[in-house]
Design a protein around this ligand. Sequence first.
Ligand SMILES: Nc1ncnc2c1ncn2[C@@H]1O[C@H](COP(=O)(O)OP(=O)(O)OP(=O)(O)O)[C@@H](O)[C@H]1O
Ligand SMILES: [Mg+2]
Length: 292
Amino acid sequence: MSGLLQSSITSLPLIARGKVRDMYAVGDDKLLIVATDRISAFDVILDNPVPGKGAVLTSLTEFWLKKLAHIVPNHSTDVRPEDVVTPDERDQVVGRAMVVKRLKPVMVEAVARGYLIGSGWKDYQASGAVCGITLPAGLQQASRLPQPIFTPAAKAEVGAHDENVDFAHVVREVGQAMAEQIRDITLRLYAEASDYAATKGIIIADTKFEFGLDDVGQLHLMDEVLTPDSSRFWPADGYTEGTSPPSFDKQFVRDWLETQVWDKTPPAPRLPADVIEKTAAKYHEALTRLTA
Ligand SMILES: Nc1ncnc2c1ncn2[C@@H]1O[C@H](COP(=O)(O)OP(=O)(O)OP(=O)(O)O)[C@@H](O)[C@H]1O
Ligand SMILES: [Mg+2]
């Protein structure tokens, strides 16, 4: 398996290429989102694809969108990707693409955290708080929080890193009512998903949701949902407070990159074949464990 680094659908107008997904217009109210096998780490797109990754991201997103549909409307449609491209382009979309409602993105990354890791752990060590939420003293790396918290981030410009912000920043961005709605929905989605994942032996340490508005201003869940790219999944049996747990996400790639001499700007070092293989296996394992 070689993996798809970039799609080339010429029968539809290309809207944008993100770090992982290529977006095409389908009429004026829908998008074809193709999840490629690109992998990014530290916000840099790597030169190697991870075969099978795009299909895993799409399957997991579809699984969660269905499971969580009772909490908030989402961008799904029942249009099949195979039906909006030409026959010779079908190979590029089968199993890895979705046709979705084209929404106006809310410019906030809606992050929920149940555990203290990553930028949350860094912020806590520096200030005792994350996104303006003061936490109890004495927490360790990967500690479970007394209760899950909403820790929004500002969507960064291309090439920059997302930045944690406080709730007041979200209020300034979208208004009080919408900010509260986004926070409450984010925490409900996280609570339900993490309860479910726990029954499969997986801890969802944190996750990021994106929301968008339709043409009447109704809030929708969009983008990818609860994938290894947008979340930290930890096998529950490998969890120990005080250490960075092994994970199903690209922490594996990040860990390898951390052993390299690299300043985290493009180009990134090329991944060795065994790191690619093990990463592909991790993505598959996340899918099978969560959806089996
Ligand atoms: N239904 C939708 N309507 C409009 N935009 C969407 C929808 N679903 C996802 N998107 C956007 O499509 C893009 C998906 O591409 P990808 O995840 O690869 O981007 P990214 O590199 O993460 O970029 P960004 O930092 O903008 O999220 C994101 O910008 C996301 O906000
Ligand atoms: Mg994205």
